[in-house]
Design a protein around this ligand. Structure first.
Ligand code: CMP
Length: 239
C-alpha cells in the first residue's frame, strides 16, 4: 500500500521527535516502547526567533523538551538589564519548576532561533513519572547539575573579577561547542559583547575593555566571527 504524503510527513516528524527524545537526558535509559508511548503524548509547539516560550511570573503547567533550535533562560532587572541564566539546545528541557511545584514561572525562556518544543502537561507528566521512575532520577540529576552551576555562579560573582568570570564563561561555551586546534580551543560562534555581559553579570563596556585587554595580552585570538581560547589561557585554569 502507498502511504499518503500526509501520513509520510507525520511519520517522519514523529521519527525526528523520537530521535530528539532519545537524546534528551530526561529520557535517558528508557526502553524503546516507553519512548514510543512518550512521543505520542508530546504536543509539538513552535516559536519564532526572539519570542517567548515561557514568561516569568505566569502560571505554568507544562514542561518543554527542545526538539530543534536554541533558547535562553533570562531574568530582567528593573532597568531592563538582562541576566542570562542558561542557554539550551536540542534535548534540553525547561519549565519543570512551575510544573512540579505549582508556583509561577521563575524566569523567561526566549527563542534564540526558530524553536520547536515538545510540551508535556502536568496531567500527563505526573503519571509518566510514576510509570517510569527512571525519568524522575534523570530529572534530579539535571536539576542537581543546574544547582551546582548556580552555586558556582554565586561564588564567582562574589569572589572573582570580571576577567576570571569572562574566562569561565568562554570556557563553558568552548566545552559545549568548541573545536580543539593547535593553538588552543576555537569557539566558532562567539556571542556578542552584550550577550557575554548578560552571561557574566557585567555591562557591555566592561566586557569590551576586558576582552580587548585579553586579546592584547595574547590570551584570546579573534578569528573571523569566532575566538580562540589560547593554550596559555586554558593553562591558567589548570595551574
Ligand atoms: P519554570 O520556573 O517553570 O520556568 C522558567 C524555567 O527556566 C524554569 O522552570 C527552569 O526550567 C528554567 N531555569 C530557571 N533557572 C534556571 C537555571 N539557573 N538554569 C537553567 N534553567 C533554569
Amino acid at each position: 500500500m502507498i502511504a499518503s504524503p500526509t501520513v509520510d510527513m507525520n511519520a517522519s516528524r514523529a521519527e525526528s521527535f523520537r530521535i530528539q527524545l532519545i537524546r534528551s537526558p530526561l529520557f535517558r535509559g528508557l526502553p524503546p516502547a516507553a519512548l514510543e508511548e512518550i512521543v505520542k503524548m508530546a504536543q509539538p509547539r513552535t516559536r519564532a526567533m526572539g519570542t517567548l516560550l515561557v514568561s516569568q511570573g505566569e502560571g505554568g503547567d507544562a514542561l518543554f523538551v527542545i526538539a530543534a533550535g536554541r533558547a535562553k533562560v533570562v531574568l530582567f532587572g528593573e532597568s531592563g538589564r538582562e541576566v542570562t541564566l542558561s542557554t539550551l539546545s536540542a534535548g534540553d528541557f525547561v519549565g519543570e519548576m512551575a510544573m512540579l511545584s505549582s508556583v509561577p514561572r521563575s524566569a523567561n525562556v526566549i527563542a534564540l532561533e526558530p524553536l520547536t518544543v515538545l510540551a508535556f502537561g502536568r496531567e500527563l507528566f505526573e503519571p509518566m513519572l510514576r510509570r517510569h521512575p527512571q525519568i524522575a532520577i534523570n530529572l534530579l540529576q539535571v536539576m542537581v547539575e543546574r544547582l551546582r552551576r548556580a552555586d558556582e555562579t554565586i561564588a564567582s560573582l562574589a569572589l572573582q573579577d570580571v576577567e576570571a568570570r569572562l574566562t569561565r564563561t568562554l570556557e563553558r561555551l568552548a566545552e559545549e561547542g568548541g573545536e580543539r586546534t593547535d593553538s588552543g580551543v576555537y569557539l566558532p560562534r562567539r556571542p556578542t559583547q552584550q550577550e557575554l555581559a548578560n552571561m557574566v553579570g557585567s555591562c557591555r563596556e566592561t566586557i569590551s575593555r576586558t576582552f580587548s585587554s585579553m586579546v592584547r595580552r595574547g590570551l584570546l585570538v579573534q578569528r573571523g566571527r569566532g575566538v580562540v581560547l589560547t593554550r596559555e589561557l586554558l593553562a591558567r585554569r589548570a595551574a
